[in-house]
Design a protein around this ligand. Structure first.
Ligand code: AMP
Ligand code: TRP
Length: 323
């Protein structure tokens, strides 16, 4: 059985891009019978950017509620909050820090990008990849499905694990990143990649009214309503096509070619489709956000399992390093 592990930071409520690009594919992967999934909320990593306790806690619940609302099965997989194993994972990160060459961290492009963009360039941002390495090799993960942007972090994880193994003998499993090229890049309301930082995201968990407002903000060109429209260059169509079935897509193409069918109609159709497609997930999400005790209950079970796994690896590390 292969152990797949991934973490998702709690920097906000997951948007449609996160859901289609990471959460649904992750859940599909966890359902394959020869896999055992360790999925966690990387809330300690979020502290590198979020300094409001209230906001961080809310984001963590929203991230957990999204996985649960989309049907991640916590009875057959391990689902936990990184901070619930803080004692173990931060301890392991310290050990790994001492096997991580300084230039490896200072050359990391994610760190270089962030230090240009952010006003708060803290040491946590700098050592971010080491905590991530502890997240992975602390649990003997075989496969780590992540976005392409995380590839360098995965390579660093392997390098750190290999240095330790070289000095102390076989200790860590060397993980393999899975970068699924088929996973779609979901466009935002302005046509760029949907992202929290571009403020072009669609939050499907908003109320109907607020969700509809977000969808109505999708940027379209100024073709008059009485002229046929080009679906190929339209953001509203691109989003519709990611969610609709073939029949619905064909019908929408015909609509675009029909004078009198406007972008407002297409956006309304997208709104209706999102409401219909994610009906149960939206209800479930809101129920969970109203009952965070249930989220805590599920995460507590995962925390116990995660703690047992990482403690065993940490024990080996301490033994080999002289503690
Ligand atoms: P982030 O919040 O950017 O760290 O992303 C969390 C996860 O969602 C990663 O696996 C990303 O690859 C995925 N993701 C984020 N934005 C998009 C998007 N616009 N389209 C597809 N996947 C995305
Ligand atoms: N750095 C990852 C991201 O921003 C989140 C993360 C933290 C992670 N620890 C991890 C992903 C361990 C995979 C495995 O997307």
């Amino acid at each position: 059985m292969a152990r797949i592990l991934t973490g998702i930071q709690s920097t906000g409520t997951p948007h449609l891009g996160n859901i289609l690009g990471a959460i649904i594919p992750g859940i599909e992967l966890s359902k394959q019978s020869d896999n055992e999934a360790f999925f966690f909320i990387a809330d300690l990593h979020s502290l590198t950017q979020i300094k409001s306790g209230e906001q961080l806690r809310k984001n963590t619940y929203a991230t957990a509620a999204t996985w649960l609302a989309f049907g991640f099965d916590t009875s057959t997989n391990v689902f936990y909050r990184q901070s619930d194993v803080a004692a173990e994972v931060c301890q392991l990160a310290w050990f790994l820090n001492c096997y991580t060459p300084f230039p490896m961290l200072s050359n990391a492009h994610s760190f270089k990008d962030k230090s240009k963009k952010l006003s708060d360039v803290n040491a946590g941002l700098f050592t971010y990849p080491v905590l991530m390495a502890a997240d992975i090799i602390g649990y003997d993960a075989d496969f780590v499905p992540v976005g392409k942007d995380q590839q360098q972090h995965l390579e660093m994880t392997k390098d750190i694990a290999s240095s330790f193994n070289y000095i102390h003998g076989e200790t860590f499993v060397l993980p393999q990143g899975i970068y699924d090229k088929r996973v779609m890049i979901v466009p935002g309301t302005d046509g760029q990649k949907m992202s929290k930082s571009y403020n072009n995201f669609i939050d499907i968990f908003l109320s109907d009214k607020a969700l509809r407002n977000q969808i109505m903000k999708i940027e379209t060109d100024s073709t008059p309503i009485e002229e046929p429209k080009n679906f190929e260059s339209c953001n509203a169509f691109a989003l519709y096509a990611l969610l609709a079935d073939e029949g619905q897509i064909d019908k929408m193409k015909t609509n675009y070619a029909t004078p009198g069918y406007g972008y407002g109609h297409a956006k309304q159709a997208l709104f209706d489709l999102i409401c219909e497609k994610f009906k149960t997930e939206r209800v479930r999400f809101n129920e969970l956000m109203e009952n965070t005790d249930e989220i805590d209950r599920q995460l507590a079970i995962g925390a116990e399992q995660a703690k047992a796994a990482i403690s065993s690896v940490l024990g080996k590390v301490k033994n080999k390093t002289g503690y």
